[in-house]
Design a protein around this ligand. Structure first.
Ligand SMILES: NC(=O)C1=CN([C@@H]2O[C@H](COP(=O)(O)OP(=O)(O)OC[C@H]3O[C@@H](n4cnc5c(N)ncnc54)[C@H](OP(=O)(O)O)[C@@H]3O)[C@@H](O)[C@H]2O)C=CC1
Ligand SMILES: CC(=O)N[C@@H](CCC(=O)OP(=O)(O)O)C(=O)O
Length: 349
């Protein structure tokens, strides 16, 4: 590794941004040169985040594109939907490499974005510049690129669990149902009634059924894998835990394949990809087993009675679902080993 890069983080006071700080502080070839806030510029970052006391002394910079371009080589945009659509083109024009963690550049057309995100999005010209950085599936497209759109948290867990089976033709894509659950940090640091302790604790609720903004992102990739249009049923639930996503995916088998064959086929598919771990027969992953890490753990159960497969896929939403995969994309962009700075053992217990 010869290069050393300077990184800036817009949205550094949010959950994705603060996690980027944690990961990048341990990255051997990256220095964080600017942490940026649209609402608290001038304040020391450790004031709002005391866990960074005596670790990070920087004060927050304002969102000032020329300033950021003078201080950094790469910028991470960990901002709410709609912000990157405007900021990313300015950052690229200023010569920065950009990794966007929001959904602003994941969908192929402005029309689909507006339909699901209920707002105006980026232009077709700008959308065409972004590479969708689902590392284990499209990673070979990332090296040397300037602009990466980091996948969503639910899509990452779901797609890593389903793409090999769809590509192999082992499941009928028209029968896919995904039952997904997320911890509360998935909703970001902003306040919301459903995220209050008294509302979420000892509760388990479904939300955005059939209208979640991640549905078109998942369908886009599954359609690419299947070579034809795929439409899925996708349900999301809020779990009273801080981090973690579990996507439990069901599909009808084409022909006969047992659990052992699924395990072998997925192990071959992900050979050499260090962040995907396939479980043994009869073992299914739990969110705690990837907590604080960049792993995606996957387990299978084929039911001979129904001829359906259940695929259980778990990630840490803030890591593999956001900051971890963003750093994995940075590593791939720059031709580094994709695990650089990301070899974090899950926190247990
Ligand atoms: N949380 C998760 O698990 C995941 C999140 N994502 C996506 O990543 C992005 C960040 O998510 P998350 O960190 O959870 O969100 P948060 O709400 O926790 O943080 C977003 C940050 O963006 C900053 N911000 C708000 N408006 C602007 C603006 N106009 N210009 C610049 N900065 C702004 C805010 O900081 P300030 O006021 O200091 O500027 C805020 O802290 C979102 O698009 C989210 O959907 C993707 C995958 C997983
Ligand atoms: C628990 C929770 O509320 N999660 C959020 C995840 C949002 C997200 O990550 O949004 P983008 O990927 O579109 O940026 C949700 O379901 O909307």
């Amino acid at each position: 590794m010869t290069e050393h890069v300077r990184a800036a983080i817009v949205g550094s006071t949010g959950y994705g941004g603060v996690e980027l700080i944690r990961v990048l502080l341990g990255h051997p070839a990256v220095t964080i040169t600017s942490v940026i806030s649209s609402s608290s510029a001038g304040a020391p970052i450790s004031e709002g985040f005391p866990h960074l006391n005596s670790i990070m002394h920087d004060s927050l910079d304002a969102v000032d594109v020329p300033l950021i371009a003078s201080k950094a080589d790469v910028v991470f945009l960990a901002t709410p939907a709609g912000v990157a659509a405007k900021l990313a083109p300015q950052m690229l024009d200023a010569g920065l490499k950009v990794i966007d963690l929001s959904g602003d550049f994941r969908l192929k057309t402005p029309e689909i974005y507006t339909q699901w995100y209920k707002r105006e999005g980026a232009s077709q010209e700008d959308l065409d510049k972004a590479v969708f950085g689902l590392c284990e599936i499209y990673g070979e497209q990332v090296p040397g690129k300037e602009f990466i759109s980091n996948p969503g948290c639910y899509p990452t867990a779901t797609l890593l669990g389903l793409v090999p089976a769809v590509k192999a033709g082992w499941i009928d894509p028209s029968t896919i149902i995904v039952d997904a659950k997320s911890g509360i940090s998935g909703g970001g640091r902003g306040l919301g009634l459903g995220f209050h302790y008294a509302e979420a604790n000892e509760n388990f609720s479904a939300y955005k059924l059939n209208r979640h903004q991640h549905i078109p992102e998942i369908e886009q990739v599954l359609s690419d894998a299947a070579g034809r249009e795929v439409i899925i049923t996708f349900s999301t639930h809020l779990v009273p835990m801080t981090r973690g996503i579990m996507a439990t995916c069901y599909a009808q088998l084409n022909g006969k394949h047992d659990t052992r064959e699924f395990i072998e086929m997925y192990r071959n598919f992900y050979e050499g990809r260090r962040f995907v771990r396939i479980r043994e027969e009869g073992k299914w992953p739990a969110t705690k087993e990837v907590w604080g890490s960049n792993y995606c753990d996957i387990g299978f159960a084929v039911d001979e009675r129904t001829n359906r497969v259940t695929v259980v896929s778990v990630i840490d939403n803030v890591m593999k679902g956001a900051a971890g995969q963003a750093v994995q994309n940075l590593n791939l962009m720059l031709g580094w080993d994709e695990t650089t700075g990301l070899q974090l053992t899950p926190v247990y217990p």
